[in-house]
Design a protein around this ligand. Structure first.
Ligand code: NDP
Ligand code: AKG
Ligand code: MG
Length: 465
């Protein structure tokens, strides 16, 4: 393949054959340095990756890094904000990594980060959040946080379907809503911006399928569907409904829903109970329901027992992956107060964005929170820091490179290079344990040694044993 502005280094392509990733010993991996603090964290991180791979495989394996351009660097090179060649390179080489890219608030360009995810259809935004011993935390039991977020990455209000207040387009949509959709009067319609939130069944299903498969493969206990379906019934509510349906249809043997578990637990504890008694126990509002609603609950109990007793009864359900759901506002409280009750979380784009930063705060902040954008069907993946460009710290060699480094760990795991990934994780544990940390941790820790961004990278390399 030929590119006009990109240099392809010596090395080979990662490929996908029969659904399996084939990783040569010298894979070419495209990277975007990123804007703002991007160059600082990338320079620290790439040394750590190379050292870990060298130490783990003694020269047998090596990553051939290929710089591709996006954001301010691309713009300054007069290539545009997101050159086609950059997309082409990520498409050709399958697996890449990136630093943060600036998105202006309000006007200006749309997010390049979101564009990359959408253009390559990287439908899972995977954000695992775990605690490293010694990291400063605002909560009492940060060690309870071991949560893997599956954030839908291609739709929701991130689809970019929105019109500015006062524009002819916004007026047209408002007119349509009022005249043809029976919405009635929209107050301040001339001063109202409009955004559209598409949530589709196929995209919901592929995200939740990936989350449940991950839970199975990684011996996790539960998948929580986080939604605001009480308010946004046909988008977030549908996400929840489609998720439960998919779980029961495609993973029947491996899963139990929370409601099914209540029915089965009651039957396990009191085999003599009839459907009606169990219906009363699982639905506290049963007595106030209409006869038709009560009949529906009894029918649900009867159907659950008839189909699941042989495979899930007698406590077998306890070994299954629990599929449950939580409304987003209470979920944001409970991930703080009862983190151990959350394991894998599947949610839509905006909820996932909020949740991942909020959870990261419990375990040291976004300075060490990693992320990956993955299409499990095509094999395309871009690993990326979850934080932004932190422009006030640009070129100061100051910020924590942990987020992009741990994103690289996710990438090494994705490539099957576990040994190199482990070396970095252990070095991270050791370095933080020695209280040799960047400013974000140092300001919250007693007796810590303040390291620059590059020095933290060097400390990790020194601690690779
Ligand atoms: N995926 C991506 O590329 C993302 C890009 N962005 C973009 O980044 C730009 C800036 O966004 P903003 O909202 O300020 O968020 P940022 O994540 O860039 O920064 C917010 C604060 O987080 C802390 N922080 C960020 N990175 C680090 C780090 N590596 N180490 C330690 N602390 C860190 C700093 O806190 P403190 O001030 O306390 O030191 C910083 O001021 C925007 O254009 C936004 O759109 C945002 C998120 C993701
Ligand atoms: O694209 C951006 O500028 C912000 C994206 C973001 O916050 C995220 O992906 O977590
Ligand atoms: Mg974010």
């Amino acid at each position: 393949m030929t590119y006009q502005h990109l240099k392809v280094p010596q090395g080979e392509k990662i490929t996908l054959k029969n659904g399996r990733l084939h990783v040569p010993d010298h894979p070419i991996v495209p990277f975007i340095e990123g804007d703002g603090t991007g160059p600082d964290i990338w320079q620290a991180a790439v040394r750590v990756f190379d050292a870990a791979v060298e130490k783990a495989y003694k020269g047998k394996r090596r990553i051939s890094w290929m710089e591709v351009y996006a954001g301010e660097k691309a713009f300054n090179m007069q290539l545009g904000w997101l050159p086609d060649e950059t997309l082409q390179a990520f498409n050709d080489f399958l697996v890449g990594i990136k630093g943060p890219l600036t998105t202006p608030v309000g006007g200006g360009i749309r997010s390049l980060n979101v564009a990359l995810r959408q253009e390559l259809d990287l439908f899972v935004c995977l954000r695992p959040v775990r605690y490293f011993e010694g990291v400063p935390s605002p909560v009492k039991k940060p060690e309870d946080v071991d949560i893997v977020i599956f954030r839908e990455n291609t739709e929701d209000i991130y689809a970019g379907i929105e019109w500015q207040a006062g524009s002819a387009e916004a007026q047209k949509v408002i007119h349509f809503l009022q005249q043809q959709m029976g919405i009635g009067k929209i107050p301040y319609s001339e001063a109202t911006g409009i955004g559209i939130k598409p949530i589709s069944r196929p995209r919901t299903e592929r995200l939740i399928r990936a989350a449940i498969q991950y839970a199975i493969d990684h011996h996790r206990h539960s998948v929580t569907l986080v939604h605001k379906g009480n308010i946004m019934k046909f988008t977030e509510g549908a996400f929840k409904q489609w998720g439960y349906e998919l779980a029961a249809r495609e993973f029947r043997e491996q899963i139990v829903t929370a409601r099914e578990s209540w029915i089965l637990a009651n039957k396990d504890d009191h085999p003599e109970l009839g459907d009606e008694e169990i219906a009363r126990m699982i639905d506290p509002g049963y007595a106030m329901m209409t006869p038709e609603q009560q009949a529906e609950i009894r029918q649900e109990v009867a159907a659950t027992l008839a189909t699941l007793l042989p495979t899930h009864g007698n406590g077998q359900w306890r070994e299954k992956i629990m599929i449950k759901d939580a409304i987003a506002d209470i979920a944001l409280q409970q991930v703080l107060t009862r983190a151990s009750e959350f394991d894998v979380i599947a949610t839509m784009n905006l909820n996932g964005d909020y949740l991942s930063d909020a959870l990261a705060a419990q375990v040291g902040g976004i300075g060490i929170a990693p992320g990956a954008n993955i299409n499990y069907q095509t094999g395309h993946a871009i690993f990326e820091a979850t934080h932004g460009t932190a422009p006030k710290y640009a070129n100061l060699d100051k910020v924590n490179p942990g987020s992009v480094i741990l994103s690289g760990v996710l990438m090494l795991q994705h490539l099957g290079w576990q040994e190199a990934a482990e070396l970095i994780v252990r070095a991270m544990e050791k370095t933080i344990g020695q209280k040799r940390v960047t400013y974000d941790f140092e300001r919250l820790m007693d007796g810590a040694t303040l390291l620059k961004c590059s020095e933290f990278g060097s400390a990790l390399i020194d601690n690779m044993v």
